[in-house]
Every structure is written in structure tokens, then in C-alpha cells.
Ligand binder design. Sequence first.
Ligand code: FCB
Length: 475
Amino acid sequence: MKRRKFNQLAALGAAGTMISPLAFAAASPAELKASDFGKDFKWGTATAAYQIEGAHDADGKGPSVWDTFSHKKGKILDKTNGDVACDHYNRYPEDIALLKEMNFQVNRFSISWSRILPDGNGKVNQAGIDHYHKVIDKCLEIGVEPWITLYHWDLPQALEDKGGWANREVIDWFSNYVDICTKEFGGKVKNWMIFNEPTAFVGLGYLMGLHAPGHKSLKKFYKATHHVCMCQAEGGRITRRNVKDAFIGTTFSCSHIEPWRPGKDDKAVKRLDAILNRLFIEPLLGMGYPTDGWKSLKNVEKQMQPGDAEKLTFDFDFIGLQNYFRIKAKKSLFPPLIWANQVQPTKWLDKSELTDMGWEVSPEGLYKVLKQFNKYGLKNIIVTENGAAFPDKLENGRVHDPRRTQFYKDYLSNVLRAKKEGVNITGYFCWTLMDNFEWAEGYHPRFGLIHIDFETQKRTIKDTGLWFKEFLANK
Ligand code: FCB
């Protein structure tokens, strides 16, 4: 059985809701120019520590939930793990140089919490600190801006053993970790993101059991949701306090959602929208949890303690939006936990182009979701992830990936369209710099601008990377 993250995420909102993607006709202008986005527009690539670093137990690093989860039987589709991955821990100078060669200016990467604090809390591992100083210094030396994500899903296992995100003490653990990182690196790094996609790591990790740490519990989901919302705002406050002239954001996954049958499935749309798009941003903006969309979210509200309401808010400088597919919602009688492993929405597709993840290519979906989030009146929106996996082949030293190039052209056209209509989008980061360990899918989906031969660790810039090199040469 193939598991697709689309299904997994979709299933999250599937209590009484069925979903499926569908095609958008994507109009792409004849020629797209980087200069159309403006001189100050930030162009970058994004990565996550566990997906690329490898060196899973090097230099005092403690295990994370992903080290544990990926070694359990039946959790990773191709039975692999991130022990070695792209060996970026050792090869970061070459990788950052390749990013620069493609004319990107931003290196968005994440810090592995258990390299800094092997037990999650307590003793600091100096070798972990030193490592990230070297990565940052390499970026600065060659003129690349380091943008740090503090948490991209790899909670220290020692903290999971104490209840992880479902234990309210995580607010203290996370605050301590953020305090250490921002004090340590804040003199050199000005651009920070607190979380990567809370909907994904809380939903898939605590409710669906498909990502680390693998829980299937509504109770844990409600608790973890509230604690993550508290940490999101607290992380912002700590970063503001510790880093002079910081530019601080946090990121959210988002999908445009339409009714399968207009008029009949509107409630299903509302529910999915509450879970997939609104759940983590609205409390941050002082709007509370979106219980009007899904009544069960009152159970998240129940986790609140006196004083929490104010602490949930923080005025971020930017919000990172990440988009991979759109959704068609349909009313269903199945409860979400049954859905998790049974739904194959891609089977219902006919005309749409699908990526190697089984995700529909729908460039206009990004435009629509940018317009939707613009209604919140955010200061800055940055597309902090967007990209596609296709079955690439290395042939005679080249990777011809025309579908990916077209994908980026079409999506970028829609970013530009939203920007021209007044959405304040100030940057775009590709997912991802190089092929890597795609979580529960393993190494099969290749999302990179750089091809990795996982046997030899040889790096080859794909044709799309060469396209970006030319495109970005004329900013
Ligand atoms: C996003 C994750 C990223 C990667 C892409 C394909 O949801 O943030 O790590 O897995 O999907």
C-alpha cells in the first residue's frame, strides 16, 4: 500500500469530509522575469535537518523522534532512514556553494534540537553549537543569507519520552532551546522562523500516527495543538528579545479548498479549512481557535489555562506559507482515523497532472491561498516552501527535468499575479535544495534542484537548477 502525504494530511480533516484534488488550468505568461518580483524580493531554497544532515549520532548528538520512528518496522515506505541521508553534516560547504552557484541568496535550513541539547533540556552539546556556527559562517563568507527554522519536526526523543508536545512542560523546554539558539547565533543570523508546518507535525505525528512520534490519539492532538500554539508565540517573543534587528516569522502549510459538489459540501470545506488552514494562525492573531469550523476544536480550547489567551498572540514580521496541493472536499460519514489508511483521492483524478507524491499540479491553488491568507492583513508573506517530486534520471551527467521547470514557471506566475493584485509577498523559497529523505516516503520522491546519487553522494545540478541560475542572474 502506498501512503501519500496528501492523503495523510487530508485525512486529518476528514471527520465527515471527503476530499480530492482536481485540475486547474494554469496560464503561464510567455516570459517570466525575476526582476518583475522587485529588487528586494528574496529568492531561496529550503531544507530540514533530519532530511539532509545524516550523521545521526555524530559529535554528541542525541536521538530525535525521527531517528526512533524511522528505525521502527513498517513506518517508512522504502524501509530507509535518515542515518546518512545526504551527509550534509559533512558536505555543507559544497552544498552551500551549489546554492550560490544557482544564484539563490537565501539558505533556509533548520537546526536539529538534539544536536544542541542531546536530552532536549539540560546540558548543551558544544560540538552541536560549533557545527551550526560553521554552517552560518560558510553562508556569510560566500554571500548567502542564513535563515534559520528552529523546529522542523525532530523533537529530541528524551522529551518525547516525557510526553513530547502533549506535555505542557514543553513550553519551558522549547523556550530554553530557543533562548540558547537565538543568543548563540543571533549576532550573525537576523532571519528566523519558529516552526515548520505545525498542522503537519501535530496532525500526522499525534493524531494520524503516520509521522514521528507515531501517536493516534485525539486527546494528544488537542493538547499538542495548544502547546504548539503557545510555543509559537513564546518563541517569537524570545527571539525578539535576544536578536537585535531580527526579522521573525513562522510557517504554515496551506491549501485552497473547494466543495466537491457546490452547495452540498460547503460544511466539509469549512471543516477542512478550519483544520488545515486556520488552526494555528488564528490564535496567533488573537482570533482564538476556529471552533466555528469544527466544533471538536473546543477540546483544544479546554487546554487553556488562565493567562494563556494573551500569550497565544505575537506580532510576527512575516508569515511563511507552504503549498503543495489543493483540495476538493466532500461530505463523508467515515470518521478520520479509519480514513487515514483507506482513502486514495488520486484515484478519482482524471485529467490532472500528478507529481511523484500523487499530488496534483495546481498552480492557481497557490494564488488562491495567497489571496485567502492576505485577508488576515499580514505584514509580509513569504512562500517558504513550494516544489515538486518527479521521477528524475541522471543520464550522461545531466538531469533533464522539464516538468519541474514548468512547475516552477507556472507557480511563480501565480505568485506574481497575487503580488500584482496587492498581496505583500516578499520572497519565494524552493522546496528543496537537494533530493533527500522525504519522511515516511523515504528516498523515492526526488524534490531537489540538485540530484543526489545516494550511493556515491555525488551532487548534480538538475536542468531546473540551471534554469534558476539563468533566471536569477537578471534580478
Ligand atoms: C512539507 C515539509 C517538507 C517536505 C515537503 C515535501 O510539508 O515541510 O519537509 O517534506 O513537504
